[in-house]
Write a protein that binds this ligand. Structure first.
Ligand SMILES: C[S@@+](CC[C@H](N)C(=O)[O-])C[C@H]1O[C@@H](n2cnc3c(N)ncnc32)[C@H](O)[C@@H]1O
Length: 360
């Protein structure tokens, strides 16, 4: 890893001194969250409320997914998080199986299904890169913000392609990494997570070219940290500290890399580090996603904008005209129509909601 010239000083230091072991987003991120969505998803966590913009958006996306999947009977949902979209589309399809490599996510997905009284959705601990179902098992696959969370998105898409029946549909939302990083080349962040049992320092590096994100998790010895109030305070104080990339000039023309947050800080923590892990993601961009889908074998690739701008403009206009009162538009009907229409109008890229077909 250290031969890679795009690595930052802090990465080089971690790689040389802490011998990080390879891990995954499922282990280092999703396994660590009780709710992946912050418990704010409509229907899953709160009643559908037609005065909330986010609920209109959610309903439109569900309408779009359901319409894109057509009349498939068996559906695979890759990486459902808290159960989305699997649990939201459950009443429209016969059988849905959600797969997620994080056992904690699967526990939450099952709890949500039970609480909502949904019994045609099954959640399994399984990695999209190693799906254990037979070829052609599913009429359609959904994947919302999950393919790019796999260590090898191409392998995950090959598996999705394999388990799709001929003529089957993939409907996926992906994080377009080009828009994610804005105009700059990338960024670095330090963040700490402290619980009564654990103290972890995360160092995150995001780069545009190639579109790649790496996270290092430094697990500190909690007991030794407790015994050292000065270090404890230093760890508490590094939350969300943005770092400028090496060599980026500051307002005064000097390089902005501050030793307070650089290698010196990490070296200070080193004696307390009990274990270090990392994961690396190769992100998708609107420029690469079609290439990748075509290489895997998908055809009829169509895009739409997952932000649903027309629907949100409609919501804003209705709200400012005072039309969202108790007799206002019926959210589930109107939002769904916007979702269906977005799928009907889907065409060539760009767009971060992609629909593709396995040739029949
Ligand atoms: C950003 S969340 C999206 C959750 C949900 N689909 C949504 O849109 O709210 C990413 C999800 O992908 C899952 N994931 C990560 N790696 C995966 C893999 N290799 N195979 C399948 N799912 C994976 C994570 O555990 C997590 O549940």
């Amino acid at each position: 890893m250290n031969e890679d010239p795009t690595r930052t000083d802090m990465e080089r230091w971690i790689i040389s001194n802490l011998n990080p072991a390879p891990s995954t987003t499922a282990e280092l991120m999703y396994e660590r969250m009780e709710s992946q969505s912050g418990r704010c998803l409509p229907v899953l966590y709160e009643p559908l409320d037609h005065t909330k913009r986010s609920h209109w958006h959610d309903e439109a996306l569900i309408g779009a997914f359901a319409h894109a999947l057509d009349d498939a009977s068996a559906i695979l949902d890759v990486g459902p998080g808290d159960g989305w979209p699997a649990l939201r589309i459950a009443d429209r399809f016969k059988k849905i199986i959600g797969i997620d490599p994080s056992p904690r996510r699967v526990r939450v997905q099952r709890e949500n299904a039970e609480r909502l009284g949904i019994d045609n959705v099954e959640f399994l601990v399984m990695d999209a890169e190693e799906i254990t179902f037979k070829d052609g098992s599913f009429g359609a696959v959904t994947a919302a913000s999950s393919i790019e969370q796999c260590g090898n998105p191409e392998k995950a898409l090959q598996e999705v392609f394999r388990v799709l029946a001929p003529g089957g549909t993939l409907a996926m939302i992906f994080e377009d990494y080009d828009s994610c990083l804005g105009a700059g080349e990338g960024d670095e962040k330090l963040r700490s997570e402290l619980t009564s049992k654990e103290a972890v320092v995360f160092y995150q590096v995001r780069r545009k070219s190639p579109p790649r994100e790496t996270w290092y998790a430094l697990f500190l010895d909690r007991e030794r940290l407790n015994a050292d109030p000065e270090f404890l305070e230093a760890v508490e104080n590094i939350n969300e500290t943005p770092l400028e990339l090496e060599g980026t000039p500051g307002d005064d023309g000097s390089a902005l890399r501050s030793e307070t947050f650089g290698v010196t800080l990490l070296a200070g923590f080193a004696p307390l580090v009990a274990d270090t892990k990392y994961f690396e993601l190769n992100h998708l961009t609107s420029g690469t996603v079609d290439e990748l889908l075509a290489r895997v074998g998908f055809t009829d690739i169509r895009h739409l904008d997952h932000r649903m701008p027309e629907l949100l403009a409609f919501f804003d206009a209705a709200q400012s005209a005072g039309k969202l009162g108790p007799d206002g538009p019926v959210l589930d009907v109107v939002a769904e129509v916007f979702g269906i229409s977005a799928v009907e109008r889907a065409g060539e890229g760009p767009g971060d909601f992609v629909i593709a077909r396995k040739p029949g």
